[in-house]
Design a protein around this ligand. Structure first.
Ligand SMILES: [Fe+2]
Length: 185
């Protein structure tokens, strides 16, 4: 099976299940980050990776518990039949408690961008020029302040970088640029 759902259709599905603007914004920001990685790692799959980012938390508002998220959403996607199992595996893998290993570049990128995207958006909110002047060093400095955006798992951000095998500063800079260029920060 291939992923035949379009980006606008994935966005519409996500909006249908998610009313919270911050949660919608989060999925857009993660989609922008993974799309930036797709441009380099899988240039023929930018749309597929974007869909994965847009849908990774689409069931969270309705089903936020670890017993249900992302499992209810995945069941729905399988019933629809327009999202391939690689995308579904990545969505399952971004939940560390799912037990599904992150084996593909997409699964690794989704996990590496998820918590970081939330953190970058939080950084932008407290800066006078939003993300315009935020660089990798600024992200690193903010991460050391445990009181700032305390809900963001520093451990998951570090694990994501390790799994992808990317340079930390390059990863931070790429995700800041992706969110900024998408007009999301
Ligand atoms: Fe997320």
């Amino acid at each position: 099976m291939t992923t035949s759902i379009s980006i606008p259709a994935a966005r519409a599905l996500m909006h249908d299940w998610t009313a919270n603007p911050a949660l919608r914004h989060h999925m857009e920001a993660v989609a922008a980050c993974v799309a930036a990685y797709a441009a380099e790692l899988a240039p023929d799959e930018v749309e597929r990776w974007t869909v994965c980012g847009l849908l990774h938390d689409f069931d969270y508002e309705r089903h936020p518990t670890p017993a249900e998220h992302p499992f209810v959403g995945v069941t729905h996607l399988r019933e629809r039949g327009d999202v391939d199992e690689g995308v579904i595996e990545a969505i399952l893998g971004h939940a560390t408690y799912s037990g599904v290993p992150r084996t593909t570049p997409l699964a690794k990128a989704l996990f590496a961008c998820d918590e970081l995207a939330g953190f970058i958006v939080a950084c932008g909110k407290v800066r006078p020029d939003s993300l315009a002047s935020l660089d990798a060093g600024g992200v690193r400095k903010k991460l050391k302040n445990k009181a700032f955006a305390a809900a963001v798992s520093r451990e998951d951000i570090a694990l994501g970088i390790e799994e992808m095998g990317v340079d930390e500063d390059a990863h931070f800079a790429r995700c800041v640029a992706a969110i900024r260029e998408a007009g999301l920060g």
